[in-house]
Design a protein around this ligand. Structure first.
Ligand code: AHR
Length: 508
């Protein structure tokens, strides 16, 4: 069957904010050291940051980059990471199930410099594991205060006269889990959260506080946090990792993201109605990504294939549809581990997932539209839960009774998002052809927009769905070109098998 896409300027879902697409860097495995900070590297700038990595990050045009963790934050004492490098203490980090050594050479000042170099906004996760509200408030003072007090002066002594103005502060990380330092139940965390928020907002009332949420894993967690802490928080977060070995079931996992976010939206609506409040609470997907091959040990290096890139693209098509409630989506992580790119001492390689990510992060417009799409479909399983932490390396093993896993039918092969850039007056269509073998021919009708006679095209593809990029072989690439089209008629477009296509159209 031929596919049809209708993009109508009046079918608007909402506006995506400038922080919508972000990322995450953590002091785990080889993400931060040596992926980003490595004074010994041949690529290091005068501050020890890898220039090749910075260049790639800059191109992404990200909103916020979350730091220092992840699990790492539940152990991290920020004061250890400021001041002259020679005085910083190496410490044992027992943030999760791996005990590592932390040099503390990359701390707050280095992170702010990294954000400035990459044109991004800071987003800090404070230690709610074995840290205190006082320590967190002091961190806000160090970063944001222009007063004449100890921590603000300490920042000045360290060479930063002007405040950093860090707006986004998340209180803890996955604090519900027993892998976390300082695990808490929902009522205990509510108390911690409100105390932290109170103390931190007294130092700087303009900051945004993000709470640790849980999505569907524990249906009560978010409700308890929202009920107890509504006035203390601005966002509630969730972490969602997806991925399957089986091709079609991988796309079923995208429904898992939707399930979690919808459940959280419902909780927010219900509790705001009960409380009769106008204070808005948004969602923060503070970690998301494809992660199913590696365990949660000290080797997190996923080498992604084209299938994973298609899942990435479909996930971001979905995320856009949540633009009214979702304020942040931090792809996890930027470098190495489950990263967009991998490094070794003398080279950098862009993973397959880098390409769809840059299209969404850099090219999508501020107005999110609701395209109508007709195409043939496939069936897949909806496992409902993401693989981690119950998966076995190399297997699709959820420790679930397979007969209880629902099947979904007629999932369209062609998965499409459309946005409109109100500054540039351009329409951006991103279409994922999830058919593993067939080109899909589509007729695209624009309603309320008029296109000129050229379209800018970007196509991400590779030889087959299992193609990977490695240091010595780059099989998945992005081709970019301009194509002549007939003005003011429906566009006829062939979307190649297992590809991601972005069409950027000037409205006239
Ligand atoms: O990204 C690695 C870990 O995964 C993070 O530290 C944690 O938040 C998540 O579980």
């Amino acid at each position: 069957m031929k596919s049809y896409i209708i993009i109508d300027s009046s079918k608007v879902i909402g506006k995506k904010n400038q922080n919508f697409f972000g990322s995450f860097i953590e002091h785990v495995h080889n993400c931060l050291y040596p992926g980003i900070f490595d004074p010994q590297s041949i690529f290091a700038d005068k501050n020890g940051l890898r220039k090749d990595v910075l260049e790639e990050i800059k191109k992404l045009k990200l909103g916020t980059i979350r730091w220092p963790g992840g699990n790492f934050s539940s152990w991290y004492h920020w004061i250890d990471g400021v001041g002259p490098a020679k005085n910083r203490k190496r410490k044992l980090s027992y943030a999760d199930d791996i005990t590592r050594e932390e040099s503390n050479l990359f701390g707050t000042d280095e992170y702010i410099r990294f954000c400035r170099e990459t044109g991004t906004q800071p987003y800090i996760t404070v230690n709610a594991g074995n840290g205190t509200s006082l320590e967190a408030a002091n961190w806000v003072e160090y970063c944001n205060s222009s007063g004449n007090t100890f921590y603000a002066n300490l920042r000045r002594e360290n060479g930063n006269i002007q405040p950093f103005n860090v707006k986004y502060w998340e209180i803890g990380n996955e604090i519900y889990g027993d892998w976390q330092v300082g695990t808490k139940n929902a009522n205990q965390y509510s108390q911690t959260l409100s105390e932290f928020s109170k103390a931190m907002k007294r130092v700087d009332p303009s900051i945004n506080i993000i709470a640790v949420g849980m999505g569907k894993h524990d249906p009560d967690w978010d409700r308890i946090i929202l009920d107890n802490c509504w006035d203390y928080i601005d966002n509630i977060s969730v972490h969602i990792y997806i991925g399957r070995h089986e091709y079609f079931d991988s796309f079923g996992q995208v429904f898992t993201i939707a399930d979690h976010l919808r459940k959280m939206e419902d909780d927010i609506i219900n509790i705001s109605q009960q409380k009769q409040t106008n204070h808005r609470i948004g969602l923060a997907l503070s970690e998301w990504g494809v992660w199913y091959r590696k365990g949660h040990k000290d080797d997190l290096d996923e080498v992604y294939n084209l299938k994973d890139a298609l899942v990435f693209a479909s996930s971001m098509n979905l995320l856009l549809r949540f633009c009214r409630t979702l304020d942040f989506s931090h792809q996890s992580m930027l470098v190495n581990c489950v990263g967009l790119m991998r490094t070794k001492p003398d080279a950098l390689v862009k993973q397959t997932v880098y390409y769809p990510f840059i299209l969404f992060a850099k090219e999508t417009g501020d107005v999110v539209l609701a395209p109508e799409v007709w195409s043939d479909g496939f069936s897949c399983k909806d496992y409902r839960y993401f693989p981690w932490p119950t998966f076995d390396v190399g297997k699709d093993n959820f420790q679930m009774d397979e007969s209880s896993v629902p099947e979904i039918h007629n999932v369209p092969y062609l998965d499409v998002s459309a946005t409109y850039d109100s500054k540039e007056n351009k329409i951006c269509i991103i279409a994922v052809n999830r058919h593993p073998e067939k080109t899909l021919s589509a007729s695209i009708e624009l309603r309320g927009y008029r296109h000129k006679d050229t379209v800018s095209v970007s196509v991400v593809n590779g030889p087959d769905i299992y193609s990977i990029n490695d240091f010595d072989e780059e099989n998945v690439k992005m081709e970019q070109y301009q194509e002549k089209i007939k003005s003011d008629t429906n566009l006829q477009w062939d979307f190649p098998a297992h590809s991601i296509t972005m069409l950027k159209i000037q409205n006239s």
